[in-house]
Structures are given as structure tokens and as C-alpha cells.
Design a protein around this ligand. Structure first.
Ligand SMILES: CCCCCCCCCCC/C=C/C(=O)SCCNC(=O)CCNC(=O)[C@H](O)C(C)(C)COP(=O)(O)OP(=O)(O)OC[C@H]1O[C@@H](n2cnc3c(N)ncnc32)[C@H](O)[C@@H]1OP(=O)(O)O
Ligand SMILES: NC(=O)C1=CN([C@@H]2O[C@H](COP(=O)(O)OP(=O)(O)OC[C@H]3O[C@@H](n4cnc5c(N)ncnc54)[C@H](OP(=O)(O)O)[C@@H]3O)[C@@H](O)[C@H]2O)C=CC1
Length: 292
């Protein structure tokens, strides 16, 4: 997405709108804090970065595409007047993760909050997955998030300072048809976070997950139009969430409001776990009920 497109994306708010979205938080909540957001060049990650910048944080952002990151960083600098570090890399490569974390720690002296937002999947029925596709999703969402978590935690322990991790996952408790690979990877991140919340409590490290439902964002561009339309009716609210719903939930968990919360999953999904159908790869005939 180039700079012009980022003002008028097909899905979700443009940059100008993003910078002015209403928020319940006070504008110095993260003053003096450093926040690292992965996948912040677009969609939900960008909204998270914008909100933390508005709340006084210094941002470091990473993702694969340098141009998207730089475009986002320019807007963040204009918004906050503070330094913003960009680091193009893939979270799938542990060496690139390590190099990025070292660079951020060196430039900013450390990080207070890590938001593991980078990730994704493709919509397909599980019978049709090939090995490469399965591995790509697991490697990105599960392994990538793990490298980031361990790398940050090691540095926090070394420095003797507390840390805070929020992982963006999906609302998977009822399964997600057409996304079996992502449910496996997100369940892995959730189980990992619960376990690490115990192991790393002695170091003052808190870890929590957001279970996102259908959130209107740049990510919708990866799905066929006829399937995207179902994302707006897959919950009792019969609408998609917006990127600020996730950004504000992340801030709630990362701020002092979340100081007694760890190992938790906060589902932000408009009630989708109670009711609704979601068919990102199309509805199989088996589930089609004749309407009389
Ligand atoms: C019960 C009610 C439930 C309601 C639920 C609501 C729940 C929430 C979910 C809402 C919708 C979800 C939204 C989002 O998550 S938005 C999106 C986030 N962004 C993305 O997903 C980014 C786009 N995806 C990717 O980047 C890729 O999918 C991937 C993660 C796999 C990374 O791929 P990469 O580009 O790095 O490529 P690789 O070379 O490593 O691997 C590509 C291989 O992957 C396979 N593949 C890719 N696409 C498809 C496809 N469409 N069908 C089948 N297989 C696919 C394939 O093996 C690729 O290899 P080849 O290219 O060599 O064939
Ligand atoms: N939108 C929704 O309804 C939902 C989204 N989610 C999850 O929320 C997160 C954000 O998604 P969303 O904003 O919607 O979609 P986007 O596709 O806009 O965001 C995904 C981000 O992840 C980055 N990314 C992907 N792979 C890698 C990698 N290997 N290394 C580094 N960065 C990577 C991308 O950056 P780049 O292009 O530079 O690689 C991109 O900025 C994802 O994990 C997504 O699966 C979960 C449930 C629902």
C-alpha cells in the first residue's frame, strides 16, 4: 500500500481517520514508555501503533515490507513528534528477530511492551492444505511469535526490568472453518502464553492474548469478495469490529489497568463465540439448509 492508498484503504480507516479516532484513554498513559509492534505497516498493527503514539509512547515497528513501515513511521512521527524506529524483517527467522530486538534495545535502551501482531493465513479447506502452506502459517503465527517472546523476555531478565507482552490471536474457541492451520497456530500461542505467564511471573513479565473476531482491516483484502461479505454477519452484532476495538483492548492489557491480569485471553469478537457462521473459504454443501 503506498502513501496515497493508506489514506483511502478499501477496508478500515485511512491514516488521517486513524489519528483522530475517539479513545477512552488519557493522552499521557504511556509517556516515557517504549512499545514494539510487529506487523505495524498495515491494518490492526498500524492502529495499535497509532494509539500508543497518541498516548505518549515511543514506537519501534517491524514487518516484512520496508516501504509500508516507513510510511507508517512518517505518520507516527508527525503525530507524536517522537522518534520511531522501523526494522524490516521476517518474524519467521530467529536470527532476524534477534538482530531486530538487539537494534531496538540498543537504540531505545529497552522496550516496555511487545505487541505480537504480525501474522496471517489463507482461507482454504483443510483437505486442500499442502505441506508448504501449513508450515508457512505455523511458522509465522506460532514460531514467529515465540521467537519474539523469548527474545524480549531474555533481554528483560538480563536488564532486571519487568515486561509486558500482548499477542494478537483469533477467537478460536468454536473452531474456525476454512482456517484450521490458523486455529492450530493461535491455540499454540494461547497455550504458550498461559504457560509462560507462570514461568516468567517471577521476572515481572505479564503475557496476555487478544482473541480477535472479524475486524474490518487491510487483512480483508486477502479474501474473496463473496466470502468477505459473511465477515459482516458472523456474530450477533451483525457487523465487523474496527481496528480501534483491538487497539484499545491491547492498551487495557498493557497499561496499569491490566496489572493483575496475566495468561488471559480477551476475546474481542462481537459475541461470535456464542452465535454466528463464518465461511472464509465458502460454505460447504453439507451445511447448506434448504430455505423454504
Ligand atoms: C464460528 C464463527 C467464527 C467467526 C470468526 C471470525 C474470526 C476471525 C477471522 C476473520 C478473518 C481473518 C482475518 C485475518 O486474519 S486478516 C489477515 C491477516 N493477513 C494475512 O493473512 C496476510 C496474508 N497471508 C499471508 O501472508 C499468507 O497466507 C501466509 C501467512 C501463508 C504467508 O505466506 P508467504 O507470502 O510468506 O508465502 P510462503 O511462500 O511462505 O507460502 C505460501 C504458501 O502458502 C500456501 N498458500 C498461500 N495461499 C494459499 C491459498 N489461497 N490456498 C492454498 N494454499 C495457499 C501455498 O502452499 C503457498 O506456496 P506456493 O505459493 O508455492 O504455492
Ligand atoms: N482482521 C481480522 O479480522 C483478524 C486479524 N487477525 C490477526 O491480526 C493480525 C493483524 O491482521 P490485519 O491487520 O487484519 O491484517 P494485515 O494483513 O494488514 O496485517 C498483517 C501484518 O503482519 C505482517 N506480517 C505477516 N507476516 C510477517 C512475517 N513473516 N514477518 C513480519 N511481519 C509479518 C504484515 O506485514 P508485511 O506485509 O510487511 O509482511 C502485516 O503488516 C494478524 O495476525 C491477523 O491474522 C486475527 C483475527 C481476525
Amino acid at each position: 500500500m503506498n502513501s496515497a492508498d493508506s489514506q483511502h484503504p478499501k477496508f478500515g480507516p485511512g491514516d488521517e481517520a486513524l489519528a483522530a479516532l475517539p479513545t477512552v484513554y488519557r493522552d499521557d498513559l504511556f509517556a516515557g514508555k517504549v512499545v514494539l509492534v510487529s506487523g505495524a505497516g498495515s491494518g490492526i498493527g498500524k492502529a495499535i501503533a497509532f494509539l500508543f503514539a497518541r498516548l505518549g509512547a515511543t514506537l519501534a515497528i517491524c514487518g516484512r515490507k520496508a516501504d509500508k513501515l516507513e510510511d507508517c513511521a512518517e505518520k507516527l512521527r508527525a503525530l507524536s513528534g517522537r522518534e520511531v524506529i522501523t526494522y524490516p524483517m521476517t518474524i519467521r527467522d530467529p536470527e532476524q528477530v534477534d538482530a531486530m530486538l538487539s537494534a531496538v534495545w540498543e537504540r531505545l535502551g529497552g522496550v516496555d511492551v511487545l505487541v505480537n501482531n504480525a501474522g496471517g493465513q489463507f482461507a482454504a479447506h483443510a483437505m486442500d492444505f499442502n505441506v508448504k502452506g501449513w508450515n508457512a502459517v505455523i511458522d509465522t503465527n506460532l514460531n514467529g511469535s515465540w521467537y519474539m517472546m523469548q527474545g524480549a523476555a531474555r533481554r528483560w531478565v538480563e536488564q532486571g526490568r519487568p515486561g509486558n507482552i500482548v499477542n494478537i490471536t483469533a477467537a478460536i474457541d468454536r473452531g474456525l472453518t476454512g482456517m484450521a492451520h490458523t486455529t492450530a497456530s493461535r491455540a499454540g500461542v494461547i497455550a504458550l502464553s498461559r504457560t509462560l505467564a507462570i514461568e516468567w511471573a517471577e521476572h515481572g513479565i505479564r503475557l496476555n492474548c487478544i482473541g480477535a473476531g472479524a475486524i474490518e482491516s487491510n487483512g480483508f483484502n486477502n479474501y474473496r469478495e463473496e466470502n468477505v461479505s459473511t465477515f459482516y454477519s458472523c456474530n450477533p452484532m451483525k457487523r465487523a469490529g474496527d481496528v480501534q476495538d483491538i487497539a484499545e483492548a491491547v492498551v487495557y492489557l498493557a497499561a496499569p489497568s491490566g496489572k493483575f491480569i496475566t495468561g488471559e485471553v480477551l476475546n474481542v469478537e462481537g459475541g461470535m463465540l456464542l452465535w454466528g457462521e463464518f465461511w472464509p473459504a465458502g460454505k460447504p454443501d453439507y451445511f447448506k439448509v434448504d430455505q423454504e
